[in-house]
Design a protein around this ligand. Structure first.
Ligand SMILES: NC(=O)c1ccc[n+]([C@@H]2O[C@H](COP(=O)([O-])OP(=O)(O)OC[C@H]3O[C@@H](n4cnc5c(N)ncnc54)[C@H](O)[C@@H]3O)[C@@H](O)[C@H]2O)c1
Length: 445
């Protein structure tokens, strides 16, 4: 089948490559000329395990191609996916300008039936807005052609995006048209072979399902972080509690890791956007407000621990930082906890020596060159001349460090662990002080 995908970001590029890989013919359109020119030369703009090979292979086989020309994209296929960003507006609501810009382009160039499928995370009612916007343009063009607008929210996780798209747990489709349902079923048939993954519902419920999923997962994390703050004050080790409750099959082990807060391009903005949608209809979403405010505070946790340890005398310290990305296996630093810590350290007069397996270029792009920020080539190099080590992202390569080397290198012999990677007793036995999140006997607040 022929498909066009507008927006070649984490969602659009992965989805396009995966669709091409099962044999569909996919045209990718983006307004970012640099990105599109790079892709044509084989430069993949993001890090996602396996993505580079998949894109290059399908590009070579001419099942995947890239353009900045919306006309080509609109002409290419009846199925038009929208996968552009929906960043938070100033008031926290989802900014729909990019979604509506794409809808406008499609309406401005289409000459026959189109099925517009929205993959971006958008508030309830967006499909109606897209349809109304497109209908106005079609009327101005005096064109009467069939138009369908469906919702197909994306559930991929950065870091395992390919696998999530190749083997989705469910494919949510919001449409009230049997015709559209049939076309979308055909498109996704290769991903639904072992069982029917497709769940068809009305458009508004599909739009809401995406927010419901992300907000529930964010709630689990903030809930656990709240408990970790209690644990810290009550002499409880939250890691033992985590194991204790995770073994309950009604609770499960996923998304109950205490840590230094959640970031990324989705959870923070989606919690805020749903909270905003609620307030627009006069409902105070108290749980969502709490999830957000607990997370906001949690991102300050590591800095608070450092301040307590150093009795607020942080100026002049050199802090080694392991992990810049908002989570492992991605180079994405949007709303990353590392940024809150780095900026607080700078404001307090400290220097940061950072290492991340994938997000160094992104950090360079965000912060540029500064005297108080050095990106180091290895995790060991980040320790040279540092006073303390802080771990912000739980990359696998940080899990089994050489504690003897840490002891030799770190002037103040102290580790602040924002992801509870180590057993406190084991680290302390190596002569290092260790402060995790909610480990009970940790720092006195
Ligand atoms: N990143 C994730 O893990 C994830 C997962 C599920 C859902 N989502 C949702 O999917 C959407 C996209 O997220 P993302 O992380 O892929 O965003 P992204 O910022 O990585 O990519 C968006 C792309 O859209 C392009 N774009 C903007 N305006 C355009 C236009 N008019 N025409 C063509 N291209 C245009 C941008 O240049 C950019 O390349 C968001 O709504 C997000 O909430 C993201």
């Amino acid at each position: 089948m022929k498909v066009t995908v507008f927006g070649v970001g984490y969602v659009g590029l992965v989805q396009a490559a995966v669709l091409a890989d099962v044999g569909h013919n996919v045209c990718c359109v983006d307004v970012d000329t640099k990105k599109i020119e790079g892709l044509k030369k084989g430069d993949i703009p993001i890090f996602e395990p396996g993505l580079s090979e998949l894109v290059l292979n399908n590009y070579e086989k001419e099942r995947l191609f890239f353009t900045t020309d919306a006309t080509i994209g609109v002409e290419h296929a009846e199925l038009q996916f929208i996968a552009v960003g929906t960043p938070p507006d100033e008031d926290g609501s989802a900014d729909l300008q990019y979604v509506l810009a794409v809808a406008g382009k499609i309406a401005g160039h289409m000459n026959g039936r189109k099925i517009v499928i929205n993959k971006s995370t958008v508030p309830v009612g967006t499909a109606d807005k897209v349809r109304a916007h497109m209908t106005t343009i079609l009327r101005q063009r005096e064109l009467d052609v069939p138009l369908h607008v469906a919702s197909n929210p994306e559930f991929l996780k950065e870091g395992s995006a390919l696998d999530d798209c190749m083997r989705p747990e469910r494919i949510i489709v919001g449409t009230d048209s049997e015709e559209v349902e049939e076309v979308i079923r055909e498109l996704y048939e290769p991903f639904s072979r072992n069982r029917d993954k497709i769940m068809v519902m009305d458009v508004r419920s599909a739009e809401f399902t995406k927010y419901a999923a992300n907000c529930l997962l964010a709630t689990k994390i903030s809930f656990m972080n709240e408990l970790s703050n209690l644990a810290e004050r009550m002499g409880v080790d939250i890691e033992q509690v985590r194991r204790g409750i995770g073994s309950d099959s009604r609770i499960g082990y996923q998304f109950i890791y205490p840590g230094c807060g959640f970031g990324g391009s989705c959870f923070p903005k989606d919690v805020r956007a749903l909270e905003r949608s609620a307030s627009e209809i006069g409902y105070e979403a108290k749980i969502l407000q709490a999830v957000e405010s607990v997370n906001y505070k949690q991102k300050e946790k590591l800095f608070e621990h450092l301040c307590t340890f150093y009795k607020n005398e942080i100026s002049g310290k050199t802090i080694a930082l392991w992990g810049l990305a908002f989570k492992p296996n991605t180079d994405d630093m949007r709303e990353a906890s590392s940024r809150v810590l780095i900026e607080a350290l700078w404001a307090a007069g400290a220097k940061v020596q950072a290492y991340d397996p994938e997000a160094m270029e992104e950090a360079q792009r965000i912060y540029g060159t500064r005297d108080d920020f050095t990106l180091m080539g290895t995790k060991e190099a980040a320790l040279h001349g540092a006073d303390a080590l802080v771990i912000v992202t739980e990359w696998k390569s940080f899990r089994v460090p050489d504690f003897q080397k840490l002891h030799q290198e770190l002037r103040d012999k102290v580790i602040f662990d924002g992801r509870n990677l180590y057993e406190p007793a084991r680290v302390e036995a190596m002569g290092l002080a260790y402060y995790g999140i909610g480990r009970g006997r940790s720092i006195q607040i």
